[in-house]
Ligand binder design. Structure first.
Ligand code: R5P
Length: 305
């Protein structure tokens, strides 16, 4: 197996390669002054199984185009198979038409990946449960939830009376899975509205195993797939605090972290924000409350199959 890293998340690619006891394979990604990319595979890969590790977070379009060119270069160089590891798949929130006249952007990027001749795609905790159905190629739909369950069990979070919280109804399936992994821990889920014009988030109420009157003195574990602006987490943590929640911890797979998110999250009611390295979090986007967990072992195990 030959592993190639795109430029979006080389540290993750290095960790996966290390898990598999393989070196990263040589490839040149040259960027012309106008921003166009030129890819050259610099190893013999004829009849080899190849893997590309590339997330499509910001700069989303650059990362996608780079991926497309790497796939093309591998195919033209005679690879036997091409597996794409895309822990975070950009445009996945645009999975249907929300307002008249919109594009279904997810469908467009999936169609391109499908037609390039990729043999398998691996991703983590998709926003939409329907993501695998968009593809015609085999997919591995992996999750960081077992990793979160392990941390919750290992760390001091377990000593308090806890409740799992989904900040929206879209995350219901996720917290039910996590609840099962945590011996039936109680859960609640928020009814959230977002104004699509200005991004403002409003949580109307919670539903689930506990009433809001039963939250007092408990420790909340908010579980989400993505943090982008941070508004969802902040709104949810504030509301929980007003119901008497004593401590809040946040577990999110994909830390997209728009600029405004950093201060919002650091100043929020949350004690700690756990995220994964599904996307690269540069030094200038790290803050004291942040802890990054690696998904490299889960990826490596999937590639060994
Ligand atoms: C939305 O449905 C997702 O599950 C996340 O809650 C959302 O993407 C978070 O976005 P933000 O951090 O901008 O509120």
């Amino acid at each position: 197996m030959k592993i190639f890293s795109g430029s979006s998340n080389k540290p993750l690619a290095e960790k996966v390669a290390q898990e598999l006891k393989l070196p990263l394979s040589a490839m040149e990604i040259f960027i012309f002054p106008d921003g166009e990319r030129r890819i050259q595979i610099q190893e013999k890969i004829l009849d080899e199984d190849t893997v590309i590790i590339q997330s499509s977070n910001s700069p989303v379009d650059d990362n996608y185009m780079e991926l497309f060119f790497i796939i093309d270069a591998l195919k033209r160089s005679g690879a036997r198979s091409v597996t794409v590891v895309m822990p975070y798949l950009g445009y996945q929130r645009q999975d249907h038409i929300f307002r008249d006249g919109e594009a279904v952007s997810l469908d467009v990027v999936v169609k391109i990946i499908d037609t390039l001749g990729v043999d398998k795609i691996i991703f983590f905790d998709p926003h939409t449960i329907k993501l695998p159905d968009f593809f015609t190629i085999p997919v591995a739909n992996l999750s960081a939830l077992p990793l979160f369950a392990k941390i919750i069990k290992e760390r001091e979070l377990e000593i308090m009376d806890r409740v799992l919280v989904s900040p929206d109804m879209g995350g219901l399936r996720r917290i039910k899975i996590l609840s099962d992994l945590l011996e039936g821990m109680p859960w609640i889920a928020a009814n959230k509205d977002r104004d699509l014009n200005n991004g403002k988030v409003k949580i109307n109420n919670f539903e689930g195993d506990l009433t809001v009157n039963e939250l007092k003195g408990k420790c909340a574990l908010i579980i989400d797939d993505i943090i982008s602006s941070g508004k969802t987490i902040v709104e949810c943590a504030n509301l929980l605090k007003s119901y008497g929640i004593k401590k809040t911890f946040v577990f999110t797979t994909h830390a997209l972290f728009a600029k405004e998110a950093l201060k919002l999250l650091q100043d929020s009611e949350a004690e700690k924000i756990y995220v994964t390295d599904s996307v690269l979090i540069p030094e200038d986007k790290r803050f004291a409350k942040l802890e990054i967990l690696t998904i490299s072992e889960i990826v490596a195990n999937e590639l060994r199959r």
